[in-house]
Design a binder for this molecule. Structure first.
Ligand SMILES: O=C(O)CCC(=O)C(=O)O
Length: 250
């Protein structure tokens, strides 16, 4: 089990984000990269859960690029074995250690920025996407399966932004579902990671990533946690982060 020090916890509470090195070992990375490729190459049937998160971009899609930003929702629903593996188990333990024992997995997702796909993820706060909830505790764990650098799209955060009122959000660029708000790199810090490292952020922490302008992959595996009771409240209102109508009605 990963051990979170009081200093790490205090940093997370105050700044709204926290980098943790070496969540995954090189051997574990081999497993996760193989599963990731199964999803990306459609060897696992995921068409209902796959979308392009970058349709807000104004520029033409670069030649040979399938999606500007590939997003695959709920991988652990499709490969339930993932739930028993280190990434989910350890990120859950970290989430509980940071925000309380009632934290549970809300949903997971993969976000891939292919080489030269060159599409930023707009500045936003996750809470801008949420339904109204009485308990706003939430933590997202962004695990790098490749080295994440400024140029291939590592995460940027605005420190302490989770402690301020949420900024007004609007549909990003050309539209397509992504939201954005006003913020800039001048207020932010870039968190570069080695493959296997992770960075956590709170639901109110402003974040963004540049487009991938390099020849290198930028694969992220992301787990999102919130209190079990709030997950139940979401589900009771038909909200499960997959965007699926038939699931929403449940
Ligand atoms: O991977 C990215 O570029 C964005 C990820 C993100 O916005 C999130 O995990 O909340």
């Amino acid at each position: 089990m990963p051990f979170i020090t009081p200093k790490q916890s205090a940093f997370f509470q105050a700044q709204g984000y926290l980098k943790i090195p070496q969540l995954l070992s090189p051997e574990q990375l081999i497993y996760y990269r193989a599963v990731y490729e199964d999803f990306l190459e459609n060897r696992i049937e995921i068409s209902r859960y796959r979308s392009d998160l970058g349709t807000h971009a104004e520029e033409e899609k670069a030649e040979g690029i399938k999606e500007r930003i590939t997003q695959i929702m709920v991988p652990s629903k499709l490969v339930p074995d993932l739930l028993n593996k280190p990434l989910h188990q350890q990120s859950l333990a970290i989430a509980q250690s940071l925000l309380g024992d009632d934290m549970a997995l809300d949903f997971d997702m993969l976000i891939d920025k292919a080489p030269f796909s060159n599409t930023p993820t707009p500045w936003h706060q996750d809470c801008a996407y949420w339904i109204e909830m009485p308990d706003l505790r939430a933590v997202s764990c962004w695990v790098a399966l490749d080295k994440a650098s400024i140029d291939n799209g590592c995460m940027w955060y605005v420190p302490q932004s989770h402690q301020l009122p949420m900024r007004p959000h609007r549909p990003a660029g050309k539209g397509g579902g992504a939201l954005e708000c006003d913020a800039s790199e001048e207020e932010g810090v870039a968190v570069e990671l080695q493959a296997g490292d992770c960075v956590l952020h709170q639901g109110g922490t402003l974040h963004y990533s540049r487009g991938n302008t390099t020849a290198h992959r930028r694969r992220a595996f992301i787990t999102n946690f919130r209190p079990q009771q709030m997950i139940e409240l979401e589900r009771a209102q038909g909200y499960d982060h997959t965007g699926e109508r038939e699931l929403r009605r449940k």
